[in-house]
Design a protein around this ligand. Structure first.
Ligand SMILES: [Zn+2]
Length: 426
């Protein structure tokens, strides 16, 4: 398939911008060639001058949280982060059934697709519907057509049996998924402060032959201080690990993260919402750590995370020069490096050999656009432009703003019925 008549943001090694170009998509879902000018092929798909760029990536989210949108918490609002977990999230995940897990993932992934996100890295929890839950999440990925990974959030907060069930679910899923599959796996852990030494050691041992990366919350709140040291010593943090947040860390812990080549994921909107603090992005980048961007379930819109990351760092540093470069590097370089590092998949650039994960937006700028002023266009223009189409692995997921293979309205109605019953049990 040839896609033509598009302005192309390649995000290749030179961040080239082609004012009018064409992309060849091969039958195996890879990009064949990228050329300037319009294709003469009579069967080429005319993109009508819209802007074509790599599909966005969300490196940390919780699809199981989708059906919590608008849920009412009785009594006074929780005063701190541990109270938010106990009053909201640890009650919600215990109330989830297998069917809820599926509809929560399905609607969360549809929302992601409609926001131009082609790859979603999920962190799942449903203690009373644990066995097989990752298959339900995986099924939702396949039905929407997105790329990504999931894992089960192992924790001691539901007792020893709960922790063992979490380990079994991770192992079962990881033994089944193929290494290069469009939907892969990780070994999920909740956070150091809900994992005892016995469980942590059992997870590391269970993962020994699997060699998967661990996906875990690290130092999100002051209650999880010193997590880095403990997790490094336990053998959890390495070049395949995803460490979400990393807010409350010392300079020496930052150095340890860089030395172990850990992938850190910044989640600015969730951090604001939970009032847990602001990660020091310039210091993390300066230490040489790979830093990506996620939503932590707050929103499917990675553009909003990009904007929040930009603005928060400026406020944190009280310096308007800070933030833009870091937010851009996290969303466009960090996220694609993380996907390559953990699963060996090339996404996040429009270049020969990369997977054809492409986002098409209605963006017709009133000003010139090139590789030097790209950031200004991303922040003030492209991020506000309507999503027209999304392609993942060479297949259209979205055309004209809607999913091509699903009845979105019918799914929303079924999900709303599941949510109503879930809220009654909550
Ligand atoms: Zn999270």
């Amino acid at each position: 398939m040839i896609l033509t008549n598009a302005r192309i943001l390649t995000f290749d090694s030179a961040d080239r911008v082609l004012d009018s170009g064409s992309v060849e998509v091969l039958d195996d879902g890879a990009i064949g060639s990228v050329r300037g000018g319009r294709a003469t092929d009579a069967h080429a798909v005319d993109l009508q001058g819209r802007l074509l760029m790599p599909a966005l990536i969300n490196c940390h989210t919780h699809l199981y949280s989708t059906l919590a949108r608008g849920i009412h918490l009785p009594g006074p609002p929780p005063p701190d982060f541990p109270a938010i977990l106990k009053k909201l999230w640890w009650r919600l995940d215990r109330a989830l059934t297998e069917e809820d897990v599926y509809y929560s993932a399905l609607t969360g992934l549809i929302d992601s697709a409609r926001c131009g996100v082609g790859t979603v890295i999920d962190h799942h929890s449903s203690p009373n519907a644990c066995a097989g839950s990752l298959d339900s999440v995986e099924r939702a990925f396949h039905e929407v057509g997105l790329r990504g990974a999931t894992c089960y959030e192992t924790s001691d907060r539901n007792g020893r049996r709960g922790a063992d069930a979490g380990i079994r679910e991770n192992v079962r899923f990881l033994e089944r998924v193929r290494p290069a599959a469009q939907v892969g796996g990780m070994f999920g852990l909740h956070a150091a402060f809900t994992l005892g030494d016995r469980t942590l050691a059992a997870c590391v041992e269970a993962n020994q032959s699997l060699g998967a990366g661990f996906h875990i919350h690290v130092a999100e709140d002051v209650c999880d201080r010193s997590a880095v040291r403990r997790l490094c010593a336990a053998g959890v943090l390495n070049e395949k690990a995803l460490a979400a947040h990393c807010i409350h860390i010392t300079a020496s812990e930052r150095t340890a993260l860089a030395r172990h080549r850990v992938n850190v994921v910044h989640n600015p909107q969730s951090n604001c919402n939970n009032a847990v603090g602001i990660a020091d992005l310039p210091a993390l980048f300066h230490s040489g750590t790979t830093v990506g961007l996620g939503s932590d379930g707050y929103s499917p819109r990675m553009w909003d995370e990009f904007k929040a990351a930009t603005q928060l760092q400026k406020v944190r540093a009280r310096d308007s020069r800070v933030g833009g470069a870091e937010a851009c590097a996290a969303l466009f370089r960090g996220n694609r490096d993380i996907v390559r590092q953990i699963w060996g998949t090339e996404v996040g650039r429009i270049a020969p050999g990369a997977r054809a994960d492409l986002l098409l937006v209605d963006y017709f700028p009133p000003t010139p656009i090139d590789s030097f002023n790209l950031f200004g266009h991303l922040l003030f223009g492209v991020s506000n432009a309507p999503v027209d189409s999304l392609m993942v692995n060479g297949r259209w997921v979205l055309r004209g703003g809607h999913c091509v293979n699903l009845d979105e309205r019918a799914i929303a109605e079924k999900a709303a019925a599941r949510a109503k019953a879930l809220w009654e049990r909550f």
